[in-house]
Ligand binder design. Sequence first.
Ligand SMILES: [Ca+2]
Ligand SMILES: [Ca+2]
Ligand SMILES: [Ca+2]
Length: 326
Amino acid sequence: MLLTLSIIMSCAANEVPPIPDPDTNALAAVWPEDGGYMDENRVENPFFAISISSSDTDGSGEYRFELYSDSDGVELIGYQSGIISQSNEPYVLWYPTVVNSSQSSNGIEETLESREPINNDIFALADGEVPLMDIGSTYYWRVKAFVKGVAYISAIYSFSFQNMCEIGGSTYAERVIRWDVRDECKALVTHTNTDDALGAPNAGGHSDDSTGHGYLSLGYGGSIVVEMGKTVYDWPGNDLLAWEYISIEWVEMYAGESPAGPWYYLGRRFCEDWCGWDLGYAGLKYARFFKVVDGWDANWECHETAGADIDSIQATGWADDSALCE
Ligand SMILES: [Ca+2]
Ligand SMILES: [Ca+2]
Ligand SMILES: [Ca+2]
């Protein structure tokens, strides 16, 4: 009886499931954003990031990235199949031109060591398949995925190239792209408006009876990814400040080449009121994206102001000339 049952089960497992129509809503461009830009200094070394949202998958599966020169997705100029998701990332990355992950002689070894782990070997294209792009043109990309028996296809996204030092804005963080914290922690924190971490410092009202207003509590182990108004530039000394409101808290800072990294560690500070970071610590000249990470133990039980309480993120050194980013 047991034998019969196991034969039936194994036959069922070997049946090829029908491939359904692809889901067109679950994939979303993270970098470059649709209608957005890529750093013109990355024209020969581009990278792409896609996120997947689906209730019945953790995103693990196979992805195919495609790069086109036309908006109809006909003129294919580069692609790669068989890219697998990285379990520690909320998105899937494609580095078309990375053929070797061991780089060491460029003087920023410490920076590369501090990157979040990326298995670059699987992103390698064979010689001659590197897509060539021109910083004056618009390009298009899309992703097809097959995840746990479900097919997905993204929209076609456009992007062009930008000199990062030509992008204007305020000297503060202007956009929160992600806030990541454990669900049970997010439910206990009461200062949850991510916009409160943007713009100039404005937190206040803290007293014995009130936790005040104007800041975002990250939650223990929580993090936010922000885009700055002006591109932060490495002048002598600190180039970036985080304003912290309640108590004294541990804060870690990372600079990113995009909202999906790669991330470069800038250091860990015990912040009271504000604390500063230096892009030069990571060997970077400029950056627009930063990840602010609460530096306490992520396993602690949260409360209404758990974790670092971020009032503002401010550039104190920024690019004021496009030649600085060349
Ligand atoms: Ca500096
Ligand atoms: Ca706190
Ligand atoms: Ca604020």
